[in-house]
Write a protein that binds this ligand. Structure first.
Ligand code: AP5
Ligand code: MG
Length: 243
C-alpha cells in the first residue's frame, strides 16, 4: 500500500557499481514515497533505441560502456529536474557520476531553491550501494530486460514466469547491449576512474552513507528505508502522520 505523508523535500541519490541494484531499489523508493525515479541510463538507452538526435550523439558511448559527456547529461538533468513533479523530491539513479556532475547538482539545487516559490529543498541523502565484483558479474549475466516496457528480470534471482517473455506485455526479453562481458569490463573501469571520486567528494563533506548490496532486494530495501527514515527532514513529518 502506498503511503501518502505530509513531508518535506526528499532528494535521494543512489550510487554504486553496475549491477549493484540502483535501478531495482530506485523503483521501490519512488513508488513508496510517490516521487519520480530519474535514471540517465534509461533515458539514454531509450534515445538510442528511438534513434533521436540525442540517441545518435550518445550511441557510441553507451554501447561501449563509456560515460556520456557531462554537458549532455547535465542538460538532460536540468530539463527533468525542472519539471513540476520534482518539486517535492526525486530519486536519482546513477547521477552524478563525475565530480563535474556532482558540483553541477549542488549548484543547480541551490539556485532552484533560491529562485523558486515552492518548497524545493537542497538536502540530498546520498546512498552508496556496495557490491563485490563476483556478484556484479553474476547478476548482470542473469539480467534480462523487456525492450518494450523496460521491466527488468534476473534469470537466477527474479525470473519471468515464462522464460524469455515479459510478464507484463508478453514481449521478448533481451540482454542489455552493455551487459556483454567486454563492455561490462569497460563500465567497471569507468566506474573506478570517474565515479569512485564522486563517492570521495561526498565522503569528504560527510554527506554519504552506505548500505551492503548483497542479499535479497527486500533486505536491501529495508536497509535503505531505514537510512531514509533516520533523516531529520523525514522524521518530523512521519511522526506527525503517525508512522
Ligand atoms: P546505467 O543504466 O545507469 O548502468 P549502470 O550504472 O552500469 O547500472 P546498471 O543499470 O547496469 O545496474 P543497476 O545498479 O541499476 O542494477 P539493477 O537494479 O538493474 O548506465 C548505462 C550507461 O549510460 C553508462 O554506461 C553511460 O554510458 C550512460 N550514463 C548513465 N548515467 C550517466 C551519467 N550520469 N553520466 C554519463 N553517462 C551516463 O540490477 C542488476 C540485475 O540484478 C538485475 O537483473 C536485477 O533484477 C538483479 N538484482 C537487483 N537486486 C538484486 C538482488 N538483491 N539480488 C539478486 N539480484 C538482484
Ligand atoms: Mg540501472
Amino acid at each position: 500500500m502506498k503511503r501518502v505523508i505530509e513531508r518535506e523535500f526528499i532528494g535521494v541519490v543512489l550510487l554504486g557499481p553496475p549491477g549493484s541494484g540502483k535501478g531495482t531499489q530506485s523503483k521501490r523508493i519512488a513508488s513508496w514515497y510517490g516521487i519520480p525515479h530519474i535514471s540517465p541510463g534509461n533515458i539514454l538507452r531509450d534515445a538510442v533505441k528511438a534513434r533521436t538526435s540525442l540517441g545518435m550523439k550518445v550511441q557510441k558511448a553507451v554501447q561501449r560502456g563509456e560515460l556520456v559527456s557531462d554537458a549532455v547529461v547535465c542538460a538532460l538533468r536540468e530539463e527533468r529536474l525542472n519539471e513540476h513533479d520534482c518539486n517535492s523530491g526525486f530519486v536519482l539513479d546513477g547521477f552524478p557520476r563525475s565530480i563535474a556532475q556532482a558540483v553541477w547538482l549542488d549548484v543547480f539545487l541551490q539556485e532552484r531553491s533560491l529562485s523558486s516559490a515552492t518548497r524545493c529543498g537542497t538536502a540530498l541523502l546520498v546512498i552508496q550501494i556496495e557490491l563485490d565484483e563476483d556478484q556484479i558479474f553474476a547478476r548482470l549475466a542473469g539480467r534480462r530486460i523487456c525492450q518494450s516496457c523496460g521491466a527488468v528480470y534476473n534469470l537466477y534471482a527474479g525470473p519471468p514466469v515464462s522464460s524469455d517473455l515479459c510478464d507484463y506485455d508478453g514481449n521478448a526479453l533481451i540482454v542489455r547491449e552493455d551487459d556483454h562481458p567486454e563492455v561490462l569490463h569497460e563500465r567497471l573501469v569507468e566506474y573506478t576512474h570517474r565515479s569512485l571520486p564522486v563517492i570521495l567528494y561526498y565522503k569528504n563533506e560527510d554527506r554519504i552513507t552506505s548500505v551492503q548490496g548483497s542479499g535479497t532486494p527486500e533486505a536491501i530495501s529495508r536497509r535503505i528505508f531505514s537510512k531514509i527514515k533516520n533523516q531529520r527532514w523525514l522524521r518530523g513529518a512521519e511522526s506527525r502522520s503517525g508512522h
